[in-house]
Design a protein around this ligand. Structure first.
Ligand code: CP
Ligand code: NVA
Length: 311
């Protein structure tokens, strides 16, 4: 049993822990705005290990470490070749002697579990086929900020699109803070039933709801936030043509936003966006869009995660 904490899934945090991390993100963002953060991670180092491309995750983690006085460096998919050049266990054992933490973006979530098992340092999930916890932690921070630091309970987030890694983390994240969450996916592309069951159990404890509603128009009725993501995730490229046939009814366009019936509804997308597919330009660049503050908050959310795990 390792004696350091990882961040592999929002499901692993208690509601109190999750809230204390959100408050930490708020304090770090306020300090950053007021002139800069204290070098609380001076002397600490973070390896950024990527099996897939990235803009936001790579740059925000790297800058986050720099702003906290630490050091981060990027390892491209060609360098480590996790599980190919050598075993995941040996990568974990070796890198534990060099750095204070690893952020890894992997295809197979099992590789993160293995890294975690054999490393003696914190492992942070920078996206796997299963979930994307740093994304959704920062997204809930964005909503907390947008709604003027009010409790998130009672708010309703509707995710429209593929039942993918981001949807799984949204189920965990929203239920963790007692937000109602609805997932609207086409048949055959739903979220995993075990994740729904876990989120439902958590929602019951919080007095909130988890719904599955395949009809996107019905799903968004009364939404406070509408969230979407690409139809084809990294690693699924060979399914792209089929998916392009299935997903058009799930496009977040002006008419779907209007179907929420909420003039203050906000729209989120983890990005990168395939504009004209899952989201239109009119929505991405329109008055309801939080897309860019959301992307920018990856920096502040992840600084809180780094401060908690490496501080
Ligand atoms: N949202 C997100 O994780 O973006 P990148 O793939 O660019 O890191
Ligand atoms: N679901 C997308 C998210 C990208 C940040 C993917 O896995 O490619």
């Amino acid at each position: 049993m390792k004696n350091v904490a990882d961040f592999l899934s929002i499901a692993d945090l208690s509601t109190d822990q999750f809230w204390s991390w959100l408050e930490r993100a708020k304090a770090l963002k306020e300090a950053w705005r007021a002139g800069g953060n204290q070098p609380i991670l001076a002397g600490k180092s973070l390896a950024l290990l990527f099996q897939k491309p990235s803009l936001r995750t790579r740059v925000s983690f790297e800058m986050g470490m720099t702003q906290l006085g630490g050091y981060a460096f990027y390892l491209s998919p060609q360098e480590i070749r996790l599980g190919e050049r050598e075993s995941v266990a040996d990568v974990a054992r070796v890198i534990s002697g060099y750095v204070d933490g690893v952020m890894a973006r992997v295809f197979d979530h099992q590789h993160l579990l293995e890294l975690s098992k054999y490393a003696s340092i914190p492992i942070i999930n920078g996206l796997s086929d299963f979930n994307h916890p740093c994304q959704v932690f920062s997204d809930l921070f964005t909503l907390y900020e947008h709604w003027h630091w009010a409790d998130l309970r009672g708010k309703h987030l509707v995710y429209v699109g593929d039942g993918n890694n981001v949807a799984h983390s949204l189920l965990y994240g929203c239920s963790k803070v007692g937000m109602d969450v609805t997932i609207s996916s086409p048949p055959g592309y739903e979220v995993r039933p075990d994740v729904v069951a876990e989120a439902l159990a958590q929602a019951r404890r919080m007095g909130s709801k988890v719904n599955l509603e395949p009809d996107p128009q019905r799903a968004v009725a009364g939404a406070d936030a509408i969230y979407t993501d690409v139809w084809t995730s990294m690693g699924q490229e060979e399914e792209q043509q089929t998916r392009k046939q299935v997903f058009p009814p799930y496009q977040v366009n002006e008419s779907l936003v209007e179907a929420s019936g909420n003039p203050d509804v906000v729209v989120l997308h983890c990005l990168p966006a395939h504009r004209g597919e899952e989201i239109t330009d009119a929505v991405a660049d329109g008055p309801h869009s939080l897309l860019f503050p959301q992307a920018h908050n990856r920096l502040h959310g992840q600084k809180a995660i780094l401060a908690e795990l490496l501080g």
